[in-house]
Design a binder for this molecule. Structure first.
Ligand SMILES: [Zn+2]
Length: 361
């Protein structure tokens, strides 16, 4: 299901063949936690060259729930998105909703953040949920630990993650849903290596690197991503979870990663933070009140072709609902375009020059 077509250094150019179409890699996947990429319609996402979007098992399980999505004819029909969808498993919520969950060897019990009701997640039922709603890529339920963590905590997270991956592999039913395992192990290279080795033995069609972007420094994250990627099979896709700034994407492609997701571009979009090739700026800053340049003069998106920084700055100050929509669109477009250019440069053998040009800017 993955064709590796070119490499340049560690950077890789490939194609992921999924039930709802091909995804060219490296690729950025916008996050639609609750079956919507906040503020953007499916048409706008297509126009912004999003090839695949994320949704989240934990959130969709609680609301609207399996019955509604099944009655709609699956998640694609429910959210009117006909390109591939990847769902995260709820493993990240083991980390982010620490006060609302109990972890044991069999699974996780969450207390809903909506109404306090209890929900039991196991490797088997989390997979069954993702298969039932018809996603293209399902993630195994894993144990994501907040850093810094003790050696004992990290050991236990890796042990459970492998055990749950084995149970997930045994429970697989739907052919059209590709299941990816998630490597854990914090910043400990030996533990990461062990996690990768145990999961590779289980022969999943793809591998994610989880448990990063959770409190460590950037250099620690890059070092761990690089050493972990080296231990994953070259002929299978590699997905670094939770990464989404321009600088991090470029660094991670250079580590040999193929897929990324992050709420960052849409969260920034809602808060007035513009992402550009040359860095980020806040549209609430007084400097932009009379700045009639586009958000990013080098960007080919319809927002940059149509509106000025001054207009967006005005919309944000006036709390107009168009403001977060326009800036989210631009920020997402910037990252999909960045990945398109990365793909071209890898094929042309110009990755190193491309990367250096960005790091200078
Ligand atoms: Zn733009």
């Amino acid at each position: 299901m993955f064709t590796l077509t070119a490499t340049d250094g560690n950077a890789r150019r490939g194609t992921l063949h999924l039930a709802h179409g091909d995804v060219e890699t490296p690729c950025f996947m916008p996050v639609g936690t609750a079956a919507t990429v906040k503020g953007l319609t499916p048409g706008e996402l297509r126009e912004a060259h999003a090839q695949i979007v994320l949704a989240n098992t934990y959130h969709l399980w609680l609301r609207p729930g399996l019955a509604t999505i099944e009655a709609a004819g699956g998640l694609h029909r429910f959210m009117a998105w006909d390109r591939p969808i990847l769902t995260d498993s709820g493993g990240f919520q083991v980390f982010s909703l620490e006060s609302r969950r109990k972890l044991d060897a069999g699974g996780v019990t969450f207390r809903s953040h909506i109404d306090g009701s209890e929900h039991r997640f196991t490797p088997e039922n989390v997979l069954a949920f993702q298969e039932s709603i018809g996603v293209d890529v399902a993630m195994v339920l894993d144990v994501c630990v907040k850093l810094p963590a003790s050696q004992a905590q990290l050991d236990e997270a890796v042990r459970l993650t492998t055990d749950w991956a084995r149970r997930t592999r045994a429970a697989q039913r739907a052919e059209r849903t590709a299941v990816f395992a998630i490597v854990q192990g914090g910043l400990d290279p030996e533990l990461r290596a062990r996690s990768a080795r145990e999961l590779v033995e289980l022969d999943f069609p793809g591998y994610a690197i989880g448990g990063l972007s959770v409190g460590e420094t950037r250099d620690e994250m890059y070092a761990t991503a690089r050493s972990t990627a080296e231990r994953l099979p070259a002929h299978k896709p590699r997905y670094l979870m939770g990464v989404g700034t321009v600088r991090d994407l470029i660094a991670a492609v250079d580590c040999g990663i193929d897929m990324f997701d992050c709420v960052y571009p849409t969260r920034c979009g809602r808060n007035g933070r513009a992402m550009t090739r040359a860095g980020e700026f806040n549209l609430f800053n007084a400097a932009f009140v009379n700045d009639f340049a586009p958000v990013d003069a080098t960007c080919g998106c319809s927002v940059c072709a149509t509106f000025t920084r001054a207009y967006l700055a005005h919309l944000f100050r006036a709390k107009e609902m168009l403001a977060p929509r326009l800036l989210s669109y631009h920020n997402v477009y910037l990252l999909t375009e960045l990945m398109r250019e990365a793909r071209e440069s890898i094929v042309a053998g110009g990755w190193s020059a491309f990367r250096q040009e960005f790091m200078r800017a």
